[in-house]
Every structure is written in C-alpha cells, then in structure tokens.
Ligand binder design. Structure first.
Ligand code: HEM
Length: 405
C-alpha cells in the first residue's frame, strides 16, 4: 500500500485507521513523495524516534520546511517566523532542552495545575447550562474551542476581554503547520499572528518584571534553578507553544471524544454508571481519539530503521495515532474500551519532549466529560457527514449534538 495514493482522499481524513493498519503491516517505514518525508507507523519505531534525540533531532523540524519550500527572497520575508522557530523548547535537543524543562518544572507543579480546577468547573457549568436550555450543542463553537483558550488565558493572567485576540492568534499561527506544503501567503499570515502575540506577551513579561503577579507568566519570568533563569526568548517560545499546544489539541480531543461516546453507547453507559472510571477513560480517549496524528523530527545522521536508509537531513513523521492502534502493543486496538489497562499510549508523545501540559489536558477532559454526562442525560449526533480537518492534528471542524432531557 502506498500512502501517497490515498493521502488526499476524503476517506483518509474521515477514517485514516485502515490505512495506518496496512502501512504497519506492509511497509512500516515508508517514504512519502507527497509529504517529502519518512512515515513511521509502528508503536516501537515511533517510541524509538521520539526517545533518540541524538539520531532524530528537533532542530530545524519546523524551519526545515521553509528552507525546502521557499527561495532566498521569500525566506527573507519569513525571517521573524524562522527566528522564532529556531529557538525555544520545541526546536532544540538535550542538553539545552533539558535545561529549559528543568526551569519549567518549577513552573508547572501539580499545585499550579490543581488551582485551575475550580475555574474549569465553573466555565464548563456555564457553557453547558446555556446548551441544555437551547437543547443543542455545537461542540467546537460552544464548548471545545472556548474552554482550553480561556484556561490558558487564565494560566497567563490574560483578562477576559483579551481572550478573542488570543483565540485569533492561536488559530492564525497554527494555520501554516496544518499543511505539509504551506504557501508563502499562509506563512506570512501565520507570521503576523505570531508577531502580534509575541508583542502582547512581551508587554506582559515587562509588567511582571516590574511587579509580581499570581500567574504562570510571572512564574516563568521569576523561575530560578541552580542560579539559572529563562531568557525572554525562551519565555516567549514556551508561552507560544503552550497556547498552540494546549488549545487546538484539547479542542479536537474533546470533540472527538463526544463523537466516540455517541458511537459507543455501551461505553458511554458504563461511564455514566461509574464515573470513577474517568481516569482510565481519559487515557482511552487519548489513545483511541488522540488529536496529534503526526509528530516530526529531522535525522541528524545517516541511520537505518527497519531496513530503510534514513539520510541526514531527512524528515521523519511519527504517526502517533497509528502507534496507538498497533496490535503489538494494544490487544484489540480498534476496540474503544474505557477500562483498558495498561494503556501506554503515545498521544502526549514520549521521551524528552513529552507533553508539558498533559496534567492540565487530563484535568480539562475529566471535568468537561464528567459534567457533560451529568448534565445531559442523552444526546444524538446531528452532523452528517462529519467534516474532518486533518493536518498534523485531526478532528471534526464542527460537531452538532441534539441534547435530550
Ligand atoms: C489533548 C491535549 C494535548 C495533546 C494531545 C498534546 C500532545 C502533545 C505532544 C504529542 C507533544 C510532543 C511533541 C513532540 O514530541 O514533538 C506535546 C508537547 C507539548 N505540549 Fe502538549 N498536548 C496537549 C495539551 C497540552 C496543554 C494543555 C499544554 C499546556 C498548557 C501543552 C503544552 C505542551 C508543550 C509546552 C509541549 C512541548 C514540550 C517540549 O518540547 O519539551 N500541551 N504535546
């Protein structure tokens, strides 16, 4: 099976899992000419690539895309975007990366995340109360999109009145990453959103240097470990990653989860009867419906993987969602089972870059789904067919539900 033959087919976006299965079985490390990279689909190989930062690097994983697609004039226009993605957490390897993670460890303590729980609960209660009285829910618009961006705004101490700006920047920046072959115009639009967000955050950093506040931006500004501190560029890079990494991902997971619970009424019923199952259920939502389908690295040296020669500079796409359905790791991988244990999925990645916001994503998911099931006795999916967006993230563009009392 050739991935390139189906890559643009609407059926692939609607259900990529049969294609992933074929790839795992026939050719688990396959070259895609369309995406111009290696596509790795088995669980063990995906974990190897994610773990081995010496062979599979984060450096140039985003900037490499610009150098492949654009000429010198175009690159000059994209310099601010290139500069941003040449530094910071997601664009570097250990030991520099380990240094930043150590400082962030001081910021993302369980107590920092735990304090958000009351905010998440009140926010979800309010959104769902409106939906219940209307008898319908547009999941993305009414719940899954506003929730995570408000949580991140709360994390950064951003006033409610600025949340629409935050939302627009987040959607604007992520646009160029959703296509493996973005146009110059798409990149320039993303760059403008990024510059606006950076200017906004820079002003916030200045304020917190002058006088301390009670938020994560403040914690980043004042984090110290062994006499070390984060530079302004590192704070900006991390803050942008938190906004992008924590917003669109959670939106899609929440939406796909409500879809899967509707498609699997017996699992929904089980969770309604026993909310104590929420912890294992959230892990299964992540495994079965995880939004982060393709993660990316660049080969730092020539090396081999399953008999294929990977050349220095080649891009490798690690298909996290395929790894999460690999029968070599998960018995009956296409069964949605909210009691599945063990469940060592890679929906949050693996190795040095494993998701920094995983505890927050788990908190939002468990409060949102628990509250939804308590507030809405039964529901039906109205959207048909579902319009899937499928870039490095996958999820329905919208999901309309009819809520029944
Ligand atoms: C369902 C929700 C989420 C999913 C599926 C998800 C997934 C991921 C994945 C797969 C990675 C690893 C990327 C790589 O190795 O290249 C990652 C990294 C990251 N995530 Fe998340 N994420 C989610 C929510 C969040 C939230 C809520 C935050 C913050 C508030 C966040 C912040 C980050 C950051 C800062 C990184 C970079 C870590 C590093 O490079 O060291 N994520 N995420």
């Amino acid at each position: 099976m050739k991935l390139d033959d189906v890559i643009k087919a609407p059926e692939f976006a609607a259900d990529p899992y049969p294609v992933y299965r074929q790839l795992r079985e026939d050719d688990p490390v396959q070259w895609s000419a369309v995406w111009n990279c290696w596509v790795v689909t088995r669980y063990d190989d995906v974990r190897t690539c994610l773990q081995d930062a010496i062979r599979f690097s984060n450096v140039d994983r985003i900037t490499g895309l610009f150098h492949r697609h654009f000429d010198a004039d175009q690159l000059a226009q994209l310099q601010p975007l290139i500069d941003h993605y040449s530094h910071g957490l997601i664009n570097i390897d250990p030991p520099g990366h380990t240094r930043i993670r150590r400082l962030l460890h001081e910021v993302f303590r369980p107590s920092t995340i735990g304090r958000l729980s009351a905010f998440v609960q009140t926010f979800v209660d309010d959104l769902l109360a409106k939906a219940v009285s209307a008898g319908k829910l547009r999941v993305v618009l009414d719940l899954a999109h506003p929730l995570p961006v408000h949580v991140i705004a709360q994390l950064f101490g951003v006033p409610l009145s600025d949340v629409p700006l935050f939302t627009a920047w987040s959607a604007g920046i992520v646009k160029f990453m959703q296509s493996p072959n973005p146009t110059l115009e798409e990149c320039l639009r993303s760059q403008q959103a990024l510059l606006d967000l950076r200017a906004y955050l820079r002003a916030g950093i200045e304020l917190r240097r002058a006088s301390e506040r009670d938020d994560v931006l403040n914690l980043m500004v004042h984090a110290r470990s062994e006499g070390d501190a984060l530079t302004e560029d590192e704070i900006l890079g991390t803050a942008v990653t938190i906004l992008l990494g924590g917003h669109e991902t959670t939106t899609r997971l929440l939406t796909t989860t409500l879809l899967e619970l509707a498609r699997h009424p017996e699992q929904q019923e089980k969770l309604r009867r026993d909310p104590e199952l929420m912890d294992t259920a959230v892990e299964e939502f992540l495994r079965f419906a995880g939004p982060f389908h393709r993660d990316q690295r660049v080969a730092s040296v020539d090396s081999g993987l399953r008999g294929k020669t990977i050349k220095q500079g080649d891009t490798i796409l690690m298909m996290l969602a395929s790894a999460n359905r690999d029968p070599a790791q998960f018995p009956e991988p296409d069964t949605f089972d909210i009691t599945r244990t063990p469940n060592r999925h890679v929906a949050f990645g693996f190795g040095p870059h494993i998701c920094l916001g995983a505890p927050l994503a788990r908190l939002e998911m468990s409060i949102a789904i628990n509250t939804f099931l308590k507030t809405v006795p039964s529901y039906k999916v109205v959207s048909d067919p579902i319009d899937w967006e499928f870039g490095f993230l996958r999820g329905p563009r919208e999901l309309e539900l009819q809520l029944e009392s």
